[in-house]
Design a protein around this ligand. Structure first.
Ligand code: AMP
Length: 490
C-alpha cells in the first residue's frame, strides 16, 4: 500500500486528505497521481469506487496551487482545470469531492449542470473559478452565453468517457475541446476501452500513459452472481422472495426503462417496502433526496435506470438486482459494480426472461463466463422458469405451479407472501399493506420515449445515439409488468 507521504502533497492538500481519513493510496491513485503531476496525458481504465476522483483531482489541484490567490478580481481566477462528466449526479459528486480536497487552499471550484437555473451558476462563473466541473450540454450553454472562457485551461478530465459517448455527447465534447488551448494535459477515464474510446483518445490525447487498475469488463471476484429464469410477470414476486430468502437489507434494483422504474417503485411501495425511484424524469431535488435517503438507510430499495445510477458513489450495497437484463452487456458490469466493493462480498441477481437469450449471450462473452440459469422455486412450490434450448431460442413455460396459481397469479402472490411468514425485510419489519388499487397500473400501456438514453434535462436538444449492439433488437418496453394481476395467464 502506498502512502500519500510518498507523493509529497502540498500541506493544504495533505491536511484535507488526512481529514477525509484516507490512510493509503488506492491502486489508481498510486499509479495516476505521479503521472498527472509530471504533466503527462492519462488514459485510465477505472470504475467509480476505485478512488479515481482523488487520482485526478489531487494532482490537478497540486499543479494549479501555483496560481492560488486571494484577489477578488475574476480575471485572477480563470478556469485552469475542466472536468466533464455525463450526468448531473456524477458532476455534483465529483464537485463535492474537489471542494473537500481544496478546502484549505484558495483554489475555487464550481459545478454547472442542466436542469437548474442558469443564474446562480452564471454568478459563480463570473466571479471566477479555477476548477470547473460540468456536464457538456450546460457547459456549452454557458460558453455560448459568454459566462465562461476556457482559453486558460491547462487540464481537462473526461470522466466516465464511455458513458459520455453512449449518450451521444461526442459532438458536444468535440465542440468544447475546440475551445481549449492545444497545449494542455488531458486525462480520460473510462470503465471500458471500446474502439470508440480508443478513437477519442487518439484524437485528443498526446502519448497518453495507460493506467489500468482492474481489467476492463472484469467483474469483481467478491460478487456472487446468480441468474434466475423468471417470466416477466413473476419478476416482482421473485424480487421479494429473494430479498427475504437472502435477508437482504438494502439493494439497488435496475430496470431498463423510466416507465418500468416508476411502476416498480410504486408497486413495491404499495407492498410496504421503503422504496425510491431514480430515473431521468425525476427532478434534481427528488434525485438527490432519493440518494440521501438510500445512503442514510431510510430507504431499502433504490429502483434505478442505468443513466441515473451510473457511477453513484454508494458503497457497500449488499445486493444488486437486474430486474431487467441490461441492453448493453457493459451496463451489466457497471450495475453489479455497485456491490462487492472494497473486498466486501456482494450479491448480484439477474432475472432472465425468455426474450433475454441474446443479451445473456452478450454478457457471457463480455465477462468470459458461462451463465448458468437457475430455476427459482417459491415457497409455495410454484416455480417460474423458462429454458434456453441449444438453438439459442427461448421457450417460456411454467411448471410446478398449482392450478390456483395458474388461474389467479395475484392470489398466488398474496398467498406466497403470507406463506413466507415474512414480516421482516432484513432487520426491519414490513407488513404488506392491503394495497389499494392504483389506477396507474390499470391504465393501458403508453409507450414512452426510447429506453432511457439521456437524462431528460439534457435530452431536449441533444442527439441520442446510445450504442446498442447491432445484434440486439431493443426489447419491448416492460410497461405491462403487472398486467397478470388483473388478467388470467394464457
Ligand atoms: P471515487 O472512485 O473517486 O468515486 O471514490 C470512491 C470513494 O472512495 C469516495 O467516497 C472517496 O472519498 C473514497 N476514497 C478515495 N480515495 C481513497 C483512499 N485513498 N482511501 C480511502 N477512501 C478513498
Amino acid at each position: 500500500m502506498s502512502s500519500f507521504s510518498n507523493i509529497q502533497l502540498a500541506p493544504v492538500l495533505a491536511r484535507a486528505v488526512a481529514e477525509m481519513g484516507y490512510e493509503s493510496m488506492t491502486p489508481i491513485q498510486a499509479q495516476a497521481i505521479p503521472v498527472v503531476l509530471s504533466g503527462q496525458d492519462v488514459m485510465g481504465a477505472a470504475q467509480t469506487g476505485t478512488g479515481k476522483t482523488a487520482a485526478f483531482a489531487l494532482p490537478l489541484l497540486q499543479r494549479i496551487l501555483k496560481h492560488e490567490n486571494t484577489s477578488t478580481s475574476p480575471a485572477r481566477h480563470p478556469v485552469r482545470a475542466l472536468v466533464l462528466l455525463p450526468t448531473r449526479e456524477l458532476a455534483d459528486q465529483v464537485a463535492q469531492q474537489v471542494k473537500l480536497y481544496a478546502k484549505y487552499s484558495q483554489v475555487r471550484s464550481a459545478v454547472v449542470f442542466g436542469g437548474m437555473d442558469m443564474k446562480p451558476q452564471t454568478l459563480e462563473l463570473k466571479k471566477g473559478v479555477e476548477v470547473l466541473v460540468a456536464t457538456p450540454g450546460r457547459l456549452l450553454d454557458h460558453i455560448e452565453a459568454k459566462n465562461v472562457v476556457l482559453n486558460q485551461v491547462e487540464y481537462v478530465v473526461l470522466d466516465e468517457a464511455d458513458r459520455m459517448l453512449d449518450i451521444g455527447f461526442l459532438p458536444d465534447l468535440q465542440r468544447i475541446l475546440s475551445f481549449l488551448p492545444k497545449q494542455r494535459t488531458t486525462l480520460l477515464f473510462s470503465a471500458t476501452f471500446s474502439p470508440e474510446i480508443k478513437r477519442l483518445a487518439s484524437s485528443y490525447l498526446q502519448n497518453p500513459v495507460t493506467i489500468e487498475v482492474a481489467r476492463p469488463n472484469e467483474t469483481a471476484s467478491t460478487v456472487k452472481q446468480h441468474f434466475y429464469s423468471v417470466l416477466d410477470d413473476d419478476k416482482r414476486r421473485a424480487l421479494k422472495h429473494l430479498i427475504l430468502k437472502n435477508g437482504i437489507t438494502q439493494a439497488f434494483v435496475f430496470v431498463n426503462s423510466k416507465l418500468g422504474c416508476a411502476r416498480l417503485a410504486r408497486s413495491l411501495e404499495h407492498d410496504g417496502l421503503k422504496t425510491s425511484a431514480l430515473h431521468g424524469d425525476k427532478s434534481q431535488d427528488e434525485r438527490l433526496k432519493a440518494l440521501d435517503a438510500f445512503k442514510s438507510g431510510e430507504v431499502d430499495l433504490l429502483i434505478c435506470t442505468d443513466v441515473a445510477a451510473r457511477g453513484l458513489d454508494i458503497k457497500d450495497v449488499p445486493a444488486v438486482f437486474n430486474f431487467d437484463v441490461p441492453y448493453n452487456a457493459e451496463d451489466y458490469v457497471h450495475r453489479i459494480g455497485r456491490t462487492g466493493r472494497a473486498g466486501a462480498s456482494g450479491l448480484a441477481i439477474s432475472f432472465v426472461s425468455p426474450t433475454d437469450t441474446k443479451l445473456i449471450g452478450d454478457i457471457e462473452k463480455l465477462i468470459k463466463t458461462k451463465v448458468d440459469l437457475e430455476a427459482l422455486e417459491f415457497d409455495d412450490g410454484f416455480s417460474s422458469r423458462h429454458s434456453r434450448d441449444p438453438s439459442g431460442e427461448s421457450r417460456g413455460f411454467r411448471e410446478g405451479s398449482d392450478a390456483r396459481n395458474r388461474r389467479a397469479p395475484r392470489e398466488a402472490f398474496d398467498h406466497s407472501h403470507k406463506s413466507m411468514g415474512a414480516s421482516s425485510f432484513g432487520q426491519r419489519s414490513y407488513e404488506k399493506k392491503s394495497a389499494p388499487r392504483d389506477p396507474f397500473f390499470d391504465k393501458p400501456y403508453e409507450s414512452s420515449a426510447a429506453p432511457e438514453q439521456l437524462p431528460s434535462w439534457e435530452a431536449a436538444d441533444k442527439p441520442t445515439s446510445r450504442s446498442i449492439s447491432a445484434n440486439i433488437k431493443p426489447k419491448r418496453k416492460v410497461a405491462a409488468l403487472f398486467k397478470t394481476e388483473t388478467q388470467t395467464p394464457t
